[in-house]
Design a protein. Sequence first.
Length: 213
Amino acid sequence: MIHVTCDRGHNGVVLYNARRYEVLVKSAARAALDGYTNEVVAVMSTALERMYEFYIRVSSRAKGIPEETVEVAWKNVAAQSERQFGAFQFLYMLDQSRPFKLESRITETRNRVVHRGKIVREVEALEFAENVYGVIQHLQTELQSKFPQFVAEEAEREMKVQQSQIPEGVNHIKLSTATVNVDKSKSEVTGVATKFIELVAAIHQARARGFPA
């Protein structure tokens, strides 16, 4: 949610139509561009956890579990990432008929940085981010393929929660964005960014053109 004021003093709100994990991934890309390697690992780890949460909510919705029931259950695991991952694991197994496998190096790197204070090099941070981004995209694809209707419904629920926080009488709009790759020689869009490093490059290009990023 972004609060804005126009040149004539009118106040308004822009609702950023993106999932929390998507916002965190872009935040990690900014950290990478600015050279904050440990922040890249920490934020991407959090983004993956929020992807698990989104999966849990969509899968629960697809199974007809009321939102109120999901909220009550979520409160019991909201502060414990291990329990959240366990809930995700079993829902994923029920949905996909196979267990979810996360590369051990992702967990190992995350624990070394978050719990042991290891200072990671740029190449390590970017490799970690790329691996995690691949997992997030994989889960996005599986959700969209299996539960497209419920993905849309959960996204709309998130937006309604945001909208309910806007003071009465304040104008608002929704903003959706996509990070794309551009062929500079032809000034043509060649596709949506599918790699973490492409997000970093897009933010770099936006800053070079004077846009806030």
